[in-house]
Design a protein around this ligand. Structure first.
Ligand SMILES: C[S@@+](CC[C@H](N)C(=O)[O-])C[C@H]1O[C@@H](n2cnc3c(N)ncnc32)[C@H](O)[C@@H]1O
Length: 266
C-alpha cells in the first residue's frame, strides 16, 4: 500500500528489504512514523505509531476518526485556483494560524502535495515555510487515505519523542525505528523534519535504547545510512547493507546514491 504523503526518507521503495528483517510479534511499535510506509505494509494485530511531528500525528488521528467525511472535505482544497502561487501562500498562512484540527489536517495534505518537493520544514517559530512547488495538477490521494483509514482501526497514534514511545514496549512487541538519517558527511545533514534537532547524541541514545529493549527480550530493528559512525553505534546488532537511489536533496545535482543500513537487535 502506497502512503498518501510524500515524505523525506520514506521507506516505501525498500519495503521488501525491511520486511525481510522484521521479526514476528503481536504489536509493532514505530517511534518515527513519517508517512507510515511500514505500518501500511505489515500485518501486525496492533500498532503504536508515534512521531514528534504533531501536524502529522493529528492528521493520522483525523483520518482514523472521520474516514470518508475527511476524504470528501480534504479533496475540496484541490482546485485550480488553489494551485497558484497566491492560493498556495494564502493557504500556507492559514495553516500556520489554524487551531481547528480537521481544517489543519486537510491543509497539511494540501501543502504536502503543492509545496516544493513535498518537503515538510518549519522555521524557528514552528511555522511551515516550504515554498510553492509548481506542479501541473496535484492529485488528492483519496484511495490511499481510505486504505490508511481501514488500517488505522488497529492503531494508536501518539505525538511523542522516541524514548517515551520505546518505554511503552512490552513482551510481544517488535520495534521498528527509522530515525532522521545520520549525516553522510559533516555538512550534509538533513534534519529539518520538525523543530527538534536529531543529532549524533540522539543517534547514540537510540542505539542504547535498542540494546536496552533487546536485553528485555523485545526485538528492535533500526534503519539508517551505512556509515562508519552508524556501524560503530550499532555494533551490538546484526547488520545488513545495500545501495539505494535516494532523493533527499533539494539540489538535483546532489541526488546521489546512498548506502542503507539495517541493524537488527535481538
Ligand atoms: C526518516 S523519517 C521516517 C520515515 C518513515 N519510516 C516512512 O517510511 O515514511 C523520520 C521521522 O522521525 C521524526 N522524528 C524526528 N525526531 C524525532 C524524535 N526525537 N522522536 C520521534 N520522532 C522523531 C520526524 O518527524 C520524521 O517523521
Amino acid at each position: 500500500m502506497k502512503p498518501f504523503l510524500k515524505w523525506a526518507g520514506s521507506k516505501y521503495k525498500i519495503m521488501e528489504r525491511i520486511l525481510a528483517t522484521l521479526p514476528t510479534g503481536r504489536r509493532l511499535i514505530e517511534p518515527f512514523a513519517g508517512s507510515g510506509a511500514v505500518f501500511l505494509n505489515t500485518d501486525f494485530e496492533e500498532y503504536l505509531i508515534a512521531d514528534t511531528n504533531a501536524d502529522l500525528i493529528n492528521l493520522f488521528k483525523q483520518i482514523q476518526l472521520h474516514g470518508d467525511d475527511f476524504i470528501h472535505y480534504g479533496s475540496t482544497l484541490f482546485t485550480p485556483e488553489n494551485n497558484s502561487e497566491s492560493g498556495f501562500y494564502t493557504l500556507r498562512s492559514e495553516f500556520n494560524e489554524c487551531a481547528d484540527l480537521t481544517r489543519k489536517s486537510a491543509l497539511f495534505i494540501y501543502l504536502n502535495r503543492h509545496c516544493f518537493n513535498g518537503l515538510c520544514r518549519y522555521n524557528s517559530k514552528g511555522k511551515f515555510n516550504v515554498p510553492f512547488g509548481r506542479y501541473s495538477k496535484p492529485i488528492f490521494p483519496s484511495e490511499a487515505i481510505a486504505n490508511f483509514h481501514k488500517k488505522s482501526a488497529r492503531a494508536i497514534f501518539e505525538v511523542a519523542d522516541f524514548k517515551a514511545t520505546m518505554d511503552k514496549a512490552t513482551e510481544g512487541c517488535v520495534v521498528y525505528c527509522d530515525p532522521p538519517y545520520a549525516p553522510l558527511t559533516a555538512t550534509a545533514n538533513f534534519t529539518a523534519y520538525t523543530q527538534d534537532k536529531f543529532g549524533l547524541h540522539e543517534q547514540r541514545e537510540l542505539a542504547s535504547y535498542a540494546a536496552k529493549l533487546t536485553a528485555l527480550g523485545i526485538p528492535v530493528v533500526i534503519s539508517n545510512h551505512n556509515t562508519e559512525f552508524t556501524r560503530s553505534i550499532y555494533s551490538e546488532a546484526k547488520l545488513t547493507s545495500f545501495d539505494v537511489q535516494r532523493f533527499i536533496s533539494s539540489n538535483s545535482n546532489n541526488r546521489n546514491k546512498a548506502a542503507e543500513l539495517i541493524a537488527v537487535y535481538g
